[in-house]
Ligand binder design. Sequence first.
Ligand SMILES: [Cu+2]
Length: 142
Amino acid sequence: MLGLAVTLAGCVGGDSSGSSGTGGTEDSERTTVSVTMGQPHEFGLELSATDAPAGDVTFEVANQGALPHQFAIVQHEGDPGSLPMADGNVDLDALDILGDSGGLDPGATASVNVELEAGSYVIFSSTGGHYNAGMFTGFTVE
Ligand SMILES: [Cu+2]
C-alpha cells in the first residue's frame, strides 16, 4: 500500500512540470520583419521576409530614402496593385488600415505591432502619390 502511493505522487509531479514549460515558450512567439523604405530606389520597399506565421508581427520600419514615407498594411486578396483608388491616389478612406507608422522623415524609424490572421496583405507607402509610383508589395500570412 505505501509503495503504490509514492509511485503515484512521483508520476503527477513529472507531468505538471513538463506542460508548464511548453506553454511559456508558445506565449512569447512574435515574428519580426524589417522593412526598408526608399530602397533600392526612392519608391521601393525592401522586406526581410515576405511571409510570416499567423499571430503577432512587429514591423521594424526604416526610411532610408530622401523623401518622407509612411508604412501602412492592409488585408487584400489578389494583385497588390489593385487597391481601391480615388482621385488618382490610393483611397485610404476605403481601406481598413491594420498598422501605420505615421509619417517618417528621411532617416526615421518606427516599430509597428499588428496581430495578423492567415491571408494576403499589401504593405505600401500611404504618402500621397507613392502607391501609384509603385511603392507597394505583397505579404502573406500562413
Ligand atoms: Cu513613400
